[in-house]
Design a protein around this ligand. Structure first.
Ligand SMILES: Nc1nc2c(ncn2[C@@H]2O[C@H](COP(=O)(O)OP(=O)(O)OP(=O)(O)O)[C@@H](O)[C@H]2O)c(=O)[nH]1
Ligand SMILES: [Zn+2]
Length: 229
């Protein structure tokens, strides 16, 4: 497989080894589609370029860029894209994860529920607002709770489709926790569905990943009970 070849050759992406960044940027089928030279420009260079390009969009729309409220918008948007809403495209921003030995002998599922996230739809670049619920059964390691939330936020801060977001979070948890026993459920509102287009404000989209021991009707029912409690 191409990924294995790159790994064996010690290939680096933006100075990171493949082991550092995980597989999500590369050829796993789960990756966010990115150009091979995605990190040729520094963050500051990207901001400068985005500001110039967005200024042009505003100009084409006929907006007066000398207006004191609009003047700062191109730079503001560029900073927001790189430092905030699309910061998860850069593996340098991947959360550092604290793992502990499972000394507590806790062998049931742990569920971190109602993790609020804001993402953006890659088709329309408008918000996706949702809740993620993530669960795992320890295979010997325990993860710091906040890191579960941070992993969700990292993958949300990309242009996304909900299916990929769900599977990227699941894949990351499997890899960090060294287990197949992870579950991810996402319930989200897509503003591209509610605020434009079909303009359906009541529907939401639910996606799920059930891996390993979660992939039985018994465990799914147990998980649902946790979520409903
Ligand atoms: N599967 C999937 N589709 C999504 C997601 N976010 C947005 N979409 C859909 O992507 C599709 C893009 O379809 P197009 O027909 O190219 O776009 P459009 O003309 O703006 O379509 P409408 O939204 O129906 O007006 C739309 O149906 C969106 O609802 C997502 O997370 N997953
Ligand atoms: Zn959309």
């Amino acid at each position: 497989m191409q990924l294995e070849k790159l790994r064996t050759n010690g290939h680096k992406l933006n100075g990171f080894s493949l082991d550092d960044i995980g597989d999500d940027h590369l050829f796993t089928g789960l990756e966010t589609p990115m150009k091979p030279d995605a990190f040729k420009l520094s963050d500051e260079e990207k901001k400068e370029r985005i500001a110039i390009l967005f200024e042009e969009i505003m100009d084409v729309l006929g907006l007066d860029l000398t207006d004191d409220s609009l003047r700062g918008t191109p730079k503001r948007l560029a900073k927001m894209y790189i430092d905030e809403i699309f910061s998860g495209l850069n593996p340098a921003n991947k959360p550092k994860v604290a793992l502990f030995d499972n000394k507590y002998q806790y062998n049931q599922m742990l569920v971190e529920k109602n993790i609020t996230f804001y993402s953006n739809c890659e088709h329309h670049f408008v918000p996706i607002i949702g809740k993620a619920h993530v669960a795992y059964i320890s295979s010997g390691k325990v993860i710091g709770l906040s890191k579960l939330n941070r992993i969700v936020q990292y993958y949300a801060k990309r242009p996304q489709v909900q299916e990929r977001l769900t599977n990227q979070i699941a894949n990351e948890l499997k890899s960090i926790l060294d287990t197949e026993d992870v579950a991810v459920i996402i319930d989200a509102k897509h503003l591209c569905v509610s605020s434009r287009g079909i303009k359906d404000d009541t529907s939401s989209t639910v996606t799920a990943f059930y891996g390993g021991r979660f992939n039985t009707s018994e465990k799914i029912t147990e998980l649902q009970n946790y979520l409903n409690s």
